[in-house]
Design a protein around this ligand. Structure first.
Ligand SMILES: C[S@@+](CC[C@H](N)C(=O)[O-])C[C@H]1O[C@@H](n2cnc3c(N)ncnc32)[C@H](O)[C@@H]1O
Length: 386
């Protein structure tokens, strides 16, 4: 069994995990961790390089005897030199002092020289685990509490937190256009299940670049703005040159998404992953329902023509798409008109298995919003009705 430590947007993380491991039994899941009955660590590590909603993956010891020190001793005995290790606890941020001291004592009694790297007896962050190179050494350990059961295991993979800062394709970025966070783009691509991504509102090409970085071989993008298509091309060239990739085909063209039925990319790609404009930027103190309604009206015309165009083209692949929702005085205001549109043209694809802990919204979507922002993203996985 393996435990997956989840990102703060845990429903999106779970969606990604379930999409990538559809056949494995879910042993346990909560807001912090999900345990899957999957045995082969090697194959998990291969998939992990394209997972973005997971912070850390832990191989759980089958023979755990309820005392971490015993399992750690078994491993430490095989080491030469001082044994540096870390211990974390999921999911409470409890002080680990008693546990760490007990482990240290047991190791000492066995004549093993050791050092725990935990600072102030707290669980380790990804940065600490990476900084101390603990995954490679096989010496990062985690206690996982799942209801009444305690598990213990060894980290086999931790997310490279530096990977995002390495994405320097921001050369042609323009924050005015509004950019989908790279992490969310990756998760959307993963939950789409496709590998030849088409983004018909490609902006500066974030989704397409993330798809390339995930190892996909073909990307397709269109946008109404010739300048943005030019910038997307620059960014795609940058990604092709600067990052390891398997890219064979990258095609872009200027196209108003109202005329999506004429797009040559509908036949070349195997999925649409996209986000259009989220509307104007509102501030907490100035947002009103009237302003939101005006925004919705502007947006709805394009969405209506977009879905009608896809229907006209008999588009049969999956569509993963974000729509905006807004927070107004602590309450969410949803884009109900879009729900009618979705109902008219599409069927909602199942997101998460039925579970008390992780219900999706009534409209079958999942939400992503930064606490400081008024606008959030409502993410749907859809297929056109036949
Ligand atoms: C927020 S950006 C899209 C972000 C992009 N999906 C990404 O990966 O970062 C919105 C884009 O929609 C484009 N756009 C606006 N109206 C459009 C339309 N009718 N058809 C196609 N593109 C449109 C804009 O030019 C802009 O580049």
């Amino acid at each position: 069994m393996h435990a997956f430590q989840l990102w703060r947007e845990f429903k999106l993380s779970l969606w990604e995990v379930f999409q990538l491991f559809p056949k494995n039994e879910i042993v346990y899941a909560d807001k912090t961790v999900c345990i899957l009955d999957v045995q082969d660590s090697e194959s998990i590590i291969k998939i992990a390089s394209r997972m973005w909603g997971v912070i850390k993956i832990i191989k759980l010891f089958q023979d755990y005897r309820g005392k971490p020190q015993f399992s750690i001793c078994d491993i430490a005995e095989k080491y030469e030199g001082k044994f540096a290790y870390g211990v974390s606890l999921l999911w409470w941020d409890t002080n680990l002092k008693a546990i760490l001291i007990e482990i240290k004592k047991t190791l000492k009694a066995k004549g093993i020289s050791s050092r725990f790297v935990n600072k102030d007896f707290k669980s380790l962050s990804s940065a600490q685990i990476l900084g101390e190179n603990l995954v490679k050494k096989g010496s990062d350990f985690t206690i996982v509490i799942a209801d009444d059961t305690e598990y213990f295991g060894q980290t086999i993979w931790v997310q490279d937190i530096n990977a995002y800062s390495k994405r320097d394709y921001g050369k042609a970025r323009d924050m005015q256009v509004g950019m989908l966070p790279p992490k969310l783009s990756q998760i959307m691509i993963n939950i789409s299940g496709g590998s030849q991504v088409y983004d018909p509102f490609c902006g500066l090409g974030t989704i397409l670049i993330e798809s390339i970085l995930m190892g996909n071989t073909s990307v397709f993008g269109s946008d109404i703005s010739p300048e943005n298509i030019e910038k997307t091309k620059q960014n795609l060239n940058f990604a092709r040159k600067e990052f390891q990739n398997n890219l064979k085909t990258s095609l872009t063209q200027v196209l108003d998404a109202k005329w999506i039925s004429s797009s040559p990319f509908l036949k070349k790609s195997d999925v649409i992953v996209t986000e259009w404009y989220l509307g104007q930027v509102f501030h907490k103190h100035s947002v009103t329902q009237e302003k939101i309604n005006i925004e919705k009206k502007n947006l709805l015309d394009i969405y209506t023509k977009f879905f009608a165009g896809l229907q006209k083209a008999n588009y049969s692949w999956v569509i993963v798409i974000c729509f905006p929702f807004w927070e107004m005085r602590g309450k969410y205001s949803y884009f109900n008109e879009v729900y009618d549109l979705i109902q008219k043209y599409c069927k909602n694809l199942p997101i998460l298995p039925k579970h008390e802990e992780f219900k999706h919204t009534r409209s079958g979507s999942l939400l992503y919003k930064r606490p400081d922002q008024v606008v959030g993203r409502e993410i749907f996985k859809l297929k056109l009705k036949k």
